[in-house]
Design a protein around this ligand. Structure first.
Ligand SMILES: [Zn+2]
Length: 435
């Protein structure tokens, strides 16, 4: 027997994709479509009896929340959050209209199909079904849908943490995007990668100062030369491999499943044999620093007194302070560093929630093996960590063996299998009634 949630998840996903809630990152070009999406969700929640709250950080940037009371209020609440915004799509490159939500060839197509209107639709379908069935979950469930994840959550999760913290009262753990999807280990068995950690984002603005002067003169203290040297040193620097608890747990699980070994003296080589997933894992072995922006000067014959560069650094859990010190040493004297930090996260691969996630996957897939991994990017879990909420990446999808899933994120012809959505609904439902 299929549930109502399974029956409606595809329509919900298509409806959401048809709302072009594009987040360009430039507030002047962003309309009100995130608000339209949030209000669509609000209406779907209220239709089955939820009380909701809705808030716009600025006009058009909508966020909505609902709570389902659990049996044991003394247990911390579980937050299930999803972002309603999507990155832009160039229709000329696509097989279908990226905002059509078309259902064809067993897939729902469109921008957001995997990032992350799939999970938003699954969550909404399960939330509606729990309410219709009058289910009392073991602990409070908080369903929250937010704007602006694709541009750092300033008008979404970060804003809510600062301005609506009461929406999350009692929450101790969360689940959301970029995890819970399957990767075939062999034709029969699938690993389900659950994100238990995220690297931190550390953007460094380097400023070199020197002596301003005429470009024809001998200049020993040139800010442009100094910033160029600092950027080159930092960009070429290879940070050492550092094995974290999550990466170790990932590798141990892969060894158990496949017999593959991961020796310290050729870790990257061994990981390279893992196929498409190796790119993700290799990015979580070490800290990185990629120069991305440079700016200095205004006229060919004027030596400027300052020069600036931006370096996109990504930092492993527990290493922010030591990393900052290391970078300062590499760039050297005469260069100031200004940091924007969004912290790394790492949570235990054990406990009641983790066990419930594992059990829910295994129940729906006899050959499914949940294993933890670290995300090299960041999600709204970083914002919610400011409220001491431990966030995991768990948007369960059972995927076909030949689907290159990670390339669909922000990619052309983004699409999600209909069967995967229905699978995800079954897993989420099982998780939420047993969490
Ligand atoms: Zn996303």
């Amino acid at each position: 027997m299929t549930s109502t949630a399974e029956d409606e998840v595809v329509d919900l996903c298509s409806d959401l994709i048809r709302i072009p809630s594009v987040n360009t990152g430039d507030p002047s070009t962003i309309g009100d479509q995130e608000a339209v999406a949030a209000k669509y969700i609000q209406q779907k929640l209220e239709e089955v009896g939820y009380r909701t709250e809705y808030a716009e950080s600025v006009p058009g940037r909508g966020n909505v929340v609902a709570r389902l009371a659990g049996a044991d209020p003394s247990r911390g609440a579980l937050l299930i959050h999803g972002h309603v915004d999507v990155v832009p799509a160039n229709a000329a490159e696509w097989t279908v209209d990226p905002f059509s939500g078309a259902v064809q060839d067993g897939y729902v197509w469109g921008r957001g199909a995997v990032d992350m209107k799939d999970m938003v639709a699954m969550t909404l379908a399960v939330a509606r079904d729990l309410k219709r069935r009058n289910v009392i979950p073991p602990r409070d469930l908080i369903f929250c849908f937010v704007s602006d994840e694709e541009a750092g959550g300033v008008y979404g999760a970060e804003w809510l943490v600062d301005h609506r913290p009461e929406w999350f009262t009692g929450a101790t753990e969360a689940i959301s995007e970029v995890g819970g999807f399957s990767i075939n280990v062999d034709p029969e068995r699938r690993a389900y990668l659950v994100a238990a950690a995220e690297k931190g984002v550390a953007w460094a603005t380097l400023t070199a100062t020197g002596k301003a002067g005429h470009g024809s003169m001998i200049a020993e203290d040139n800010a442009v030369t100094r910033i160029a040297e600092a950027v080159a040193r930092l960009g070429r620097h290879e940070f050492p491999i550092s094995r974290t608890a999550t990466v170790d747990a990932f590798l141990a699980a892969v060894t158990e499943l496949t017999g593959m070994e991961f020796p310290d003296d050729d870790l990257e080589g061994a990981i390279g044999k893992l196929g498409p997933v190796s790119k993700i894992v290799n990015a979580t072995l070490r800290n990185t620093a990629n120069p991305t922006m440079l700016s200095a000067g205004y006229k060919a014959n004027v030596i400027p007194s300052t020069a600036q560069a931006t370096v996109d650094c990504r930092v492993l859990p527990g290493q922010v302070d030591s990393f900052k010190a290391e970078v300062a040493e590499i760039v050297g004297d005469g260069v100031d560093i200004d940091w924007f930090i969004s912290p790394p996260l790492e949570y235990p691969w054990e406990g009641a929630l983790v066990e419930a996630m594992k059990a829910a996957i295994r129940h729906e897939d006899d050959n499914g093996h949940p294993i933890p991994y670290m995300l090299s990017g960041g999600t709204d879990n970083k914002a919610f960590s400011r409220l001491d909420i431990a966030g995991y990446g768990f948007s369960p999808l059972r995927l076909p063996a030949d689907l290159d899933f990670s390339s669909l994120f922000h990619g052309v012809d983004e699409r999600v299998p209909v069967d995967a959505l229905r699978f995800g609904v079954r897993v989420l439902d099982r998780l939420l009634v047993n969490c």
